[in-house]
Design a protein around this ligand. Structure first.
Ligand code: AMP
Ligand code: MG
Length: 502
């Protein structure tokens, strides 16, 4: 994209080199604009992910210095690479917006993780950019800690996600509804920030779609690089459809509601991105919506697979001219791949449910899962607690599940399930232990997240640190953490809403 950088200041840090690379800027300059973060008066590291830093060969101690905080806030330019804002388009709640882009974010550069994979180091809240569209380019400490907490919890749940490296306070106050709040920048790490929206942007510019697709293939699906072009882009589409089908099945299995599944928040890598109005279910109900702006329930928990299918159709459209120069041939080929999405999703979800219920995946009785859904919905049972309670049931303790669904309602289903489990494996306690390895005892419960972020906004991080520690070991039930496993009080859940872009 053409455009000039804002005031490229001279680097002033004494930090060891990050080792930034800039392959996106070098190979596909048309989707980036060189841009520098806004000056932060007093950048300080509020929280740093030491393990993640080390896995990127970064030294946590130097990141904690004023120089480190300067770079991680976008305030101090790194000497190695010019930061850029990325351009993208996107369908927001179904409406096409031709230019969105990093309105408050910057790509600092690319690094390698400890498996040798290329990752982006990206900032959110680093100031206005050419894509800000009237927004202030800022972020506040509560919302950035929220993304830090929930993305790291998702990682601990073994769900593909962007990671959080640090939250840095800027020393500035940011005006939000409800008053001024402490400003902050999140430094996050992703296998890339290419989205369906990046392709929607490129498809509308001469000569940009193919270099972008080739770049994405080389970076994320290198096995297809040498395929002839008539196969390469179709294979690429199929790989993204598969990665996203698997991802949304995993969201569904832990009760995660993303909240704003616009096409600009759907990655090419298959990682979860952008933790704005997301939240976890407590009572199981497919109609659950947390986001204050999702009036029609488009992004309700139970709609997520269908919405993802819709987003992937928008992605497929951007690849039409690359797949075949004859539109009808390209449409037929891409549609055939898109049509596999539903089956792929169902297979991933069924496999996840089989693991959650201690069953074999092959030939699992779909009615058993449907009937469980019905029972849990009818009794507003807590989704997370239900699976740990079922494992307890196999160990001979029926009280936990009975407290979620009355025994007269559940007896028939429990009998069917136990019969199916025992037909495969007689050692029920061992099945229960296997279930506990995939069913979290702890998720970031909405009331706990709320309390932790409110205290953190007032400067007290104790609740946040404790909650982070709990959700980072989600499968290890501990007596001294039993409060963290409990659902929110009913009066909290009834009025609970989340907010976008905060
Ligand atoms: P999100 O809801 O975080 O996916 O953001 C959607 C779009 O709004 C992206 O283009 C963001 O860069 C932009 N955006 C969100 N918040 C702000 C802000 N405070 N200032 C400028 N742009 C923003
Ligand atoms: Mg976004």
């Amino acid at each position: 994209m053409s455009g000039s950088s804002n005031d490229p200041a001279v680097a002033t840090t004494n930090l060891p080199a990050f080792g930034f690379e800039t392959t996106l800027v070098d190979d596909v300059p048309g989707v980036t604009v060189p841009w520098q973060g806004t000056h932060a008066p007093d950048p300080r590291v509020l929280i740093l992910n030491d393990d993640l830093a080390r896995s990127l060969s970064l030294d946590p101690e130097s990141l904690r210095t004023p120089d480190g905080a300067g770079v991680l806030s976008g305030s101090t330019p790194s000497a190695e690479a010019a930061s850029v804002a990325m351009a993208y388009a996107g369908h927001q709640f179904g409406n096409f917006v031709p230019l969105l882009g990093d309105g408050r974010a910057l790509l600092l550069g690319e690094l390698h993780d400890d498996r040798g994979h290329r990752v982006d180091l990206h900032l959110k809240g680093s100031g206005a950019t050419p894509f800000s569209r009237g927004g202030d380019g800022r972020a506040v400490v509560g919302a950035m800690l929220r993304e830090y907490l929930i993305s790291e919890a998702m990682h601990a749940l073994n769900i593909p996600t962007t990671r959080s490296l640090a939250v840095v306070t800027t020393g500035e106050r940011v005006l939000r509804e409800g008053g001024p709040r402490p400003g902050a920048v999140l430094a996050r790490v992703a296998s890339s920030h290419l989205r369906v929206g990046t392709f929607e942007f490129a498809a509308r510019r001469e000569g940009l779609a193919q270099p972008l697709a080739d770049y994405a293939i080389a970076r994320h699906y290198p096995a297809f690089v040498d395929l002839p072009s008539e196969d390469r882009y179709l294979a690429f589409f199929e790989a993204v459809v598969e990665a996203q089908a698997s991802l949304v099945a995993q969201w569904m299995s832990v009760g995660f509601v993303h909240g704003v599944m616009n096409t600009d928040n759907t990655t090419i890598s298959g990682e979860t991105i952008d933790y704005g109005p997301c939240a976890f279910l407590d009572a199981y109900d497919p109609a659950t919506v947390f986001s204050s702006i999702d009036h029609g329930g488009r992004y309700a928990y139970g709609n997520q697979p269908a919405v993802l299918g819709w987003n992937l159709a928008r992605f497929g459209e951007t690849l039409l001219p690359l797949v075949n120069s004859t539109p009808d041939t390209a449409i037929t080929a891409l549609t055939a791949v898109l049509d596999t999405f539903g089956d792929r999703y169902r297979q991933h979800y069924s496999a996840a449910m089989a693991r959650k219920l201690g069953l074999a995946d092959d030939g699992m009785d779909a009615a058993l899962v449907d009937d469980l859904h019905r029972l849990l919905t009818e009794h507003r049972a807590d989704w997370t607690l239900a699976f740990r309670a079922l494992a307890d049931n196999l160990r001979g303790s029926s009280a936990p599940f009975d407290s979620l669904v009355p025994p007269d309602a559940s007896a028939n289903w429990l009998e069917r399930w136990r019969t199916t489990v025992s037909a495969r494996e007689q050692n029920l306690p061992s099945v229960a232990d296997g279930m506990d390895r995939v069913n979290p005892a702890y998720i970031p419960r909405n009331h706990l997240v709320d309390a932790a972020l409110n205290a953190a906004t007032e400067g007290d991080l104790e609740l946040f640190d404790r909650l982070l520690e709990v959700v980072m070991s989600p499968f290890d039930r501990r007596d001294d953490r039993s409060d963290y496993a409990l659902p929110a009080p009913q009066n909290f859940s009834a009025g609970f809403q989340t907010f976008c872009g905060t």
